[in-house]
Design a protein around this ligand. Structure first.
Ligand SMILES: [Zn+2]
Ligand SMILES: [Zn+2]
Length: 422
């Protein structure tokens, strides 16, 4: 009976179709959407499968390492990529900054981390693209509520003048006027710097060990004696950061089986000529002798077999990425990301999740984690009579600001001119 048989066919098809549609609706979250819509006309529940990172919005798991790219570019300033800088945040609450290249301070600010926690900086070498925003982290940190000294670890050099201590002390001298100008106007606890210079020839020696975190240094080979790479270990997780280096035996030996291995993956010679406009001879030298080009990076990673290899220190664009990735893939077939600013890695023993951060460009500093201390006006250096004699004082408007502000915050300050003569 053909008629009856085709009826059963129709029923069967409908059952299968309903099953497939149900599976699709469930797996795409459509049911959740319909559920919410039925209750109030529009979805109200947050989606639990968002695939971006909103800074400041996620509790870190106790066993988790979060690594954020705050500078992945080259020494050339550009809006899209700052120069070298990485933040490592650990489940025990500790945070570390590795390199502080040109333009990276604004990326750091976008991570919504109180500056009190951004007090531990490790510098791999003293090229401008790795220290260019040190002043912005240091003095910018002070006016962004860091009320702790900035602690800096960095290598010595073949001569005293090529070491981290020399550089930092000259930076402090360079900012003599800046520091003097802030005295008595803002709390300057954060202007203090603790300099920890260590031997650049030390091989796998511990330079930091606190709160279950161990950081070691190994020599790097790059441009001039002095550069180093770092290895951070915590809770069974191993993070390696090259800063800049030519492939070398110390990296090969000591970063083996890292969970996250970040190594420079510099623009290859053809891109150095084609995009950067270098002379061919210089391009070959810089890309293959001073730095590590993509196919060399691939060789390095094939040797150390990390759970995740991360290349950085290159302009990662629609027209450069295909060639760079192809060259890496000619020598390495393991897990790999070519980093871009705001790439975020959540590393646990079971998983490495890679996402992009979505940042709020209207960022303001977070409060200090300790009570905010006011400056002591007695510390002010002040003006000479010549300069202060030039002031045009709008006493009525200033008084209005004082009155409004006192009313808003329940205080009773008076403008300096209204204070009794000392
Ligand atoms: Zn360098
Ligand atoms: Zn560099």
């Amino acid at each position: 009976m053909p008629k009856r048989s085709s009826g059963w066919w129709a029923v069967g098809a409908i059952v299968v179709l309903a099953f497939v549609l149900g599976w699709v609706a469930n797996s795409t979250g459509l049911f959740r959407l319909l559920d919410a819509t039925a209750q109030g006309g529009s979805p109200t529940r947050a989606l639990d499968d968002r695939d971006v990172y909103y800074p400041g919005s996620e509790t870190r798991a106790r066993d988790e390492m979060r690594v954020i790219a705050c500078g992945t570019g080259m020494p050339n300033a550009r809006p899209k990529q700052a120069a070298a800088c990485w933040i490592v945040e650990l489940g025990n609450g500790d945070k570390f900054v590795f390199d502080i290249g040109l333009g990276s301070a604004e990326r750091i600010a976008a991570m919504k981390i109180p500056y009190d926690y951004l007090d531990k900086l490790f510098i791999g070498h003293l090229h401008a693209d790795h220290i260019g925003d040190l002043d912005a982290l240091w003095i910018g940190g002070v006016i962004s509520n860091r009320q702790r000294p900035l602690r800096i670890w960095g290598p010595s050099g073949a001569e005293e003048k090529y070491g981290t201590k020399y550089m930092v002390e000259r930076m402090q001298e360079m900012y003599a006027w800046d520091m003097g100008s802030r005295q008595g106007n803002v709390n300057t606890l954060g202007l203090q710097i603790e300099i920890n210079e260590f031997d650049y020839t030390a091989v796998n020696e511990i330079i930091y060990q606190e709160n279950g975190v161990t950081i070691r240094t190994i020599p790097a080979i790059h441009a001039l004696d002095g550069p180093v790479s770092f290895i951070l270990e915590w809770n069974g997780l191993k993070f390696a950061f090259s800063s800049d280096t030519y492939p070398n035996k110390w990296w090969m030996e000591h970063t083996k089986n890292s969970d996250l291995a970040i190594h420079e993956c510099f623009a290859p010679p053809s891109i150095m000529v084609g995009k950067q406009r270098f002379a061919v001879q210089d391009a070959l030298n810089v890309a293959t002798q001073v730095h590590t080009s993509p196919a060399m990076f691939g060789k390095v990673m094939s040797e150390i077999t990390p759970r995740m290899a991360v290349g950085y220190h290159v302009f990662n664009d629609f027209d450069t990425q295909p060639q760079i990735v192809k060259e890496v893939r000619s020598t390495y077939d393991g897990p790999f990301e070519l980093a871009i600013d705001y790439m975020v890695f959540n590393v646990t023993k079971d998983d490495i999740r890679v996402r992009m951060a979505v940042v709020d460009e209207d960022i303001w500093p977070l409060p200090s984690v300790t009570d905010k201390l006011a400056a002591d006006p007695a510390d002010r250096i002040g003006f000479t009579d010549f300069v202060s004699g030039g002031r045009v004082v709008f006493a009525d408007v200033v008084k209005w600001y004082y009155d409004q502000t006192n009313q808003e915050f329940g205080t009773s300050f008076q403008p300096p001119s209204a204070e009794p003569e000392r």
